[in-house]
Ligand binder design. Sequence first.
Ligand SMILES: [Zn+2]
Length: 473
Amino acid sequence: MSHPEEFHARLTIFVTIVAGEKNIINRYRHQRAELEYHTAYIEEFVDDICSSFGGYSDFAQVKTRFSRGSYYERTKIIEPNEYDYLPVLSLTDDVAVEVCDVEEDCKLAGQGYKRVKILPGQLQKHFKNLRRNVLCKQNDGVYLKTEIRYSLVEELDSYLKRNHSQNYLGRKNHNEDPAYEIGQFSLHDLVHGPSVCIRVGGPLCTTDIDLCFCIQKSPGCVLVPAFVSSAKCNVVLNENHWTESVLQLQKETGIELPLSDGQHKHVFLTLKFISHLYDKIYWFLFGSCTPDGLISSYAYKLLMQHHSHRQKGPDYNIGKWLEDIVYFIFGFTRKEGDGRDVFRAYGRGDDVYLPDVHFHERKVKVINGDANKGELITLLWIYKHVEHNDNTVWWKRLLDDDFPNNVDKPVHNGLIETECVDKDGLDSLLRSVEYVMTIRSGKPERPPECIWRHMNGAITRVIIDDQKPLDIF
Ligand SMILES: [Zn+2]
C-alpha cells in the first residue's frame, strides 16, 4: 500500500500538471496576441449583433453587457471556444418595469427569486403585439414571463436571416460538432437554459457564445429567467419567476469561491479537465454528445466551496482537497460496511444538492445521478489509479490531446476486471465508462461491478447497484 503522504504528494503533482498543461493561459503562452485577437473578435461580434438587433427589435435593445465565465475567470481549459455574456436589456430602465418578490405562499419565497411586473402603458402594449404571449396576468398586475427568451431567439433568427444572410447559417443543432469558416455563425436550435446560444467561426477556433439576456434593477445583481417545477411553486403561472444572479461571482477570480489562490484553482481546472475527458470518451464510445450534458462548472465550484473550510489546516494540500471531493461525492452512494476501496456507481435517483453560495435557502442540484454516472466513474477511475500506482507513464497518454484515440477501442467481454499498469491501462477506463453507461442491474444479490487491480496490490471495486428507490421528487 502506498503511504498516504506519498499518495497525496503524487495526487498534488497530478493536479498541478493537469492544471498547468490544460489551462489556455499556458497553452497559448506563445500565441498570446492571437488569443487576445480571438477574444476581441468575439466581443466585437457580440456587440455588433446586440446593437444591430436592438435597432431592429425594440424590446431587444441592450444597454450594457457583462462578461463572465471561465475565459474571464482565467479558468478556461483546452481552447478558447466558449464565452459567456450577460447583455442587460434597456427595458430595465423603463419606468413601467418593476421588480417584486414572488407570491407569499410560493415555496421559493426568500430564495432569491423575483417577478418582473410591467405596468400599464406603451411597453405593455408593445409586449402584447409580439407573436408569442410573453405576459401573464395575476391578481395584482401583469408580469413578464420567462418565455421572452424564446421570443428573443425567434426575433433574432428572423433579423439575422434578413440582414446577415451571407454568413448566417440558420438554426442548427449545436450538439453536433462541425467547424465553421471564420465569420460563419448559427443559432442553437434548442434554447439552452436561460440563454441564446450562438456558434461562430473565430480566428483560433469555432466558438460557442452564451448570451443570457437579463434585467438589472440593482447594482451587483441581475435577473435571468428561472426554471421552476410545479412541485416547488404553488402558482400555476410559475413561468414568471426570475433568478437573481450575483455578478460578484463572475468577477475575474470568483471572490466568493475559493478560487482566488492559484493552487486552489488547480483543483477546479482538474475537475473541469476530467469532465472534458469524459465528454471525449463518450464521443469515442458512442459517436454522439453526452445526452444529458456534463456536471456544470458552477456545480464543481459549489463542491469545492463545500470543502474549502477544511483548507485552513497546516497539513492541507490540493491533492487532499481533490480526495475530499471524491469521497464526499461517493459518500452518498456508500452503504454500511463498504471498505475504503469499495464504491457504488451513481444511478437514477442519486441526486446531490448543495446550498447556493449567495442564497443559502436555495438548493442547487450539483449531481444528477443518472445523467452524471459516466463522468463520476471517470473521476473515480483517475483518482484511484493515481492513488494506487507509482507508475505515472500513463498520465502522458491520458493528457495527450489525442486521447482516447490513442487507446484501442475496448473489446466488451462482459467482465470488467482490469490490470492497470500494463499497456492496456487506459483501456480499463474506457471499458469502465462503457460498462456503467450500458449495464442494467442484475439480481440484487449479485450486482455487476468493475474491479480494478492496482500495481500496489490494492483492488478497487465499483458496484453498479441500481436497486434503489426511484426519484421521489
Ligand atoms: Zn412561485
